[in-house]
Design a protein around this ligand. Structure first.
Ligand code: 9D3
Length: 247
């Protein structure tokens, strides 16, 4: 998978991608990343990339032409049919299934905006999709681009260690994760749940699934709304709720 990011702060994207699983995947050549700066395509004396909004109002708007030329470079450097995504507060909220679909692409070009946004004509003519991290405000698209790169990289075969697996991730199965514990066995009188010390892997798997179902029911009932539970899962959730009512 090849990622391109169009950004006025290329170092922010490059440096952010050099850690952990994404950093390793880049080293292994499982993914690659190029960052293109619209400022390199501004040819006036001050290399202007922004201008005042027509109609007035606060802030500045990113100009069409430097974005268009930077995008052109990204496309010709890799070629193939790339998907172009503008990261913005107006976009569709990113969910796991959106990243799963996108991970099948050969090239993904991410447009990171700054200021109040970018000229609408660039969105209309040059972008295929518009994605958001959710209903909160951040200062630009670079962190969003890193989020997308990270989320997609985890889905690429070989990017996660042998012990880990992307299909064990929370949200991949539509449930929240179960609780985790590590040594020591007792901290401030709080014991690790006995079953995790039993060595019975089937019982442990059942307990974890029950905790996942219970946590999801307590914290994110919306996730269960449209999920079809198996007979086993319904039984485990019933058990959890019964024990929950008792406490
Ligand atoms: C005054 C209206 N604001 C729009 C909601 C102005 C504004 C805020 C933040 C314009 C641009 C930005 C920069 N945000 C992003 O580039 C961004 C973003 C976000 O702010 N929230 C959630 N997802 C994303 S993805 C890119």
């Amino acid at each position: 998978m090849h990622f391109d990011v169009i950004s006025l702060f290329p170092e922010m994207v490059i440096s952010g991608a050099n850690y952990g699983i994404v950093g390793k995947a880049l080293e292994k050549g499982l993914v690659s990343l190029s960052v293109w700066n619209p400022r390199d395509h501004a040819h006036d004396k001050h290399r202007t990339v922004d201008d005042r909004p027509y109609g007035g109002g606060p802030g500045m708007v990113m100009k069409y032409q430097p974005l268009k030329d930077a995008l052109g470079r990204a496309k010709e450097a890799y070629s193939k049919n790339a998907k172009v995504v503008y990261l913005s507060p107006q976009g569709r909220s990113i969910k796991q299934n959106l990243l799963e679909q996108a991970s099948k692409q050969e090239q993904l070009i991410l447009i990171a905006g700054r200021y109040e946004g970018i000229d609408e004509r660039f969105i209309d003519s040059c972008c295929d999709e518009e994605w958001s991290l959710g209903d909160f405000v951040i200062s630009g698209g670079e962190l969003a681009a890193l989020v997308v790169i990270d989320g997609i990289t985890r889905l690429i075969p070989g990017a996660l260690g042998a012990e880990a697996s992307a299909n064990q991730d929370s949200h991949v199965n539509g449930l929240l994760d179960h609780p985790h514990y590590t040594r020591p066995e007792i901290i401030d009188e709080k014991k690790v749940p006995e079953i995790l010390l039993s060595g019975n892997h089937a019982d442990i798997a059942r307990w974890r699934l029950k905790q996942s179902l219970g946590k999801t029911w307590k914290k994110r009932p919306d996730l269960l709304q449209h999920k079809q539970l198996t007979t086993e899962q319904r039984k485990l959730l019933e058990e959890f709720r019964t024990e929950f009512d008792d406490n």
